[in-house]
Write a protein that binds this ligand. Structure first.
Ligand SMILES: [Zn+2]
Length: 217
């Protein structure tokens, strides 16, 4: 029987790994500070900042090439957010693995490397245990109701409010993360069953409905 599991996990680390991670975090934060102090604060374009300071910043922090690029990206993201909110750039504290981004936008802009490492970790585990690992596009999975597959009809609005999901179409109310996870598992199943899906049928219904309304008008 084919089974889709959606995994939620916390990675346990040894004291030695914690030490290493902390050292990387401190180097990452100081690299960010260095880049921020030594480039024009008006610069928000990552490539522009990179071409100015990449070599110096890497030498200064001792970080890997990839991490240095991430630090520069983080500074640029931070500057963009500061500009939007009309405030100066805040300091870079070595607080967490993804540098605890302060806003939703900043989080999206800066934590991709954590996901990248997590993905590598999952791939390794899946290969080791012979599990088929499927990556799906998470777009709209938090906004779509897993029961009736509807999304809020008004642009910019969502049936999701924080941890709670309350569908305005079928009335399902529940945990927003659970709803998202169920949508992701449906998408995972879809990739393995190209023949047919509830999603495609539902879409067809909508399209047919649209066609009918156009034809009768
Ligand atoms: Zn619904």
């Amino acid at each position: 029987m084919f089974q889709v599991l959606t995994v939620s996990c916390k990675i346990e680390v040894s004291p030695q790994q914690v030490e290493k991670l902390d050292a990387v975090l401190r180097a990452f934060a100081s690299c960010c500070e260095y880049v921020n102090k030594n480039t024009d604060p008006k610069l928000t374009n990552q490539i522009a900042v990179q071409s100015l300071i990449y070599r110096e910043a890497r030498e200064y922090s001792g970080l890997s090439a990839q991490m240095t690029i991430h630090a520069i990206r983080r500074v640029c993201a931070n500057r963009k957010t500061a500009k939007q909110q009309n405030r100066p750039v805040k300091g870079f504290a070595p607080t967490s693995i993804n540098q605890q981004p302060r806003s939703k936008i900043e989080r999206r802009r800066s934590n991709s490397w954590t996901f990248y490492q997590f993905r590598q970790f999952m791939t390794y585990k899946a290969v080791k245990f012979g599990v088929n690992l499927v990556f799906v596009n998470p777009r709209y999975t938090s906004q779509t109701c897993y029961k009736c597959l509807h999304i809020h009809p008004v642009r910019g609005k969502s049936y999701r409010s924080g941890k709670r999901f309350s569908c305005g179409h079928c009335g399902w109310i529940g945990d927003a993360d659970e709803n998202g996870a169920k949508n992701i598992s449906v998408l995972g199943l879809l990739l393995d069953q190209p023949g047919g899906s509830g999603l495609a049928c539902s879409l067809e219904e909508h399209v047919l409905g649209l066609l009918k309304s156009h034809c009768s008008a």
